[in-house]
Design a protein around this ligand. Sequence first.
Ligand SMILES: Nc1ncnc2c1ncn2[C@@H]1O[C@H](COP(=O)(O)OP(=O)(O)OP(=O)(O)O)[C@@H](O)[C@H]1O
Ligand SMILES: [Mg+2]
Length: 377
Amino acid sequence: MNPKNPFLIKGYISPQLFCDREKEVKDLYNSVQNGIDTTLVSPRRMGKTGLIFRFFDFLSKQKDIQTIYVDIYSARSLNDFIKLLAEAILLKFSIRTSIGKQFLELIKGFRPLITYDAISGEPQIQIAYHSTQEKEYTLQGLLQFLDKQSPLIVLAIDEFQQITDFPEKNMEALLRTYIQPLKNVRFIFCGSRKAMMMNLFSNAKRPFFSSTRYLFLDKIDASVYAAFIKNLFKKNGIKTEPDAIDFILSWTKCHTFFTQSLCNMVYSMENELVTIDVVKKACIELLKRNESVFFQYRQLLTTAQWNFLIAVAKEGEVKQLTAKDFINRYGIGTPADARRISKSLLEKELLLDTNTKTETVYQVYDVFLSRWLEREY
Ligand SMILES: Nc1ncnc2c1ncn2[C@@H]1O[C@H](COP(=O)(O)OP(=O)(O)OP(=O)(O)O)[C@@H](O)[C@H]1O
Ligand SMILES: [Mg+2]
């Protein structure tokens, strides 16, 4: 069902409701055509998953390519990983097709219990293993099955960093061993924990070292986003004042999810003309709706951590978290205090560090929290 509101805050529907990412789609396609796997990285909610579906939509016109998407966010072990992969393959290939039939035959060999979710109708597979080898053999079997197909397979594994939390310590080596010989499968490894993803793929001591091409997903260009927003309102009979759109993009710092959310809110307020005042009302409403989450953050943090977040929010961006100037202005303590507090806030994903060639810039990870702290304190 298509929602009436054209500004999506989850999922992917069509290119018309998706802004830009033309270059990224081209880059992904180029890699697929040249036999290169991709590591797709960005801060949370910048649009990685959306891009994968946009790319798959682009590929859907090609008969000789099939796409499979697996989200392993919920996986806690190799067992779960195999289960999710098998379910994704089963979901992709209808058992009425020849590939689907072959796949069903293959997994029957693993003596699975297959059920179908009562609500979504999606297949659920349970396999009981007698040994670790059997498990590894199953994983290899699934990947080899994909490799044998005549259409090229593009397999996107979302939240890939999850494998570093599995109890199986050889997960990376195992996957690498099975993935390396594949000729017919192109991988997209996707994740938001940049340090962890870079460590997986750029650490010379680890199995995936140098095996993929990076795609770092950045913010959408502001002028492109502005045109997209104006156009979506216009298509739905709503006029927009240019400075209202500029205000949207600056208030959300042009971050995809927050921009989509604000536009969604503005749209839902059913004005015929979007002015700055309308946008400001939407901002306040959004902050109000998120307040209970912000209170929760406060409960989970120490006073020093909370005050640190307020300081960063007030600054908007901070380049040197231990600089005297910054520390003194907000009564943070010593540079060592600042270092310790910022480290824990970065680990909790409450602070975001963005690296450019020359410097690192810090900001509050959640743009709405940042705007709320700025206003409230
Ligand atoms: N190019 C785009 N145009 C319009 N909306 C987009 C675009 N990219 C993403 N979105 C929307 O922004 C929101 C966040 O995107 P998405 O879930 O793809 O981010 P993500 O990087 O995968 O986040 P996470 O790291 O939390 O998984 C979604 O609601 C999605 O619909
Ligand atoms: Mg995602």
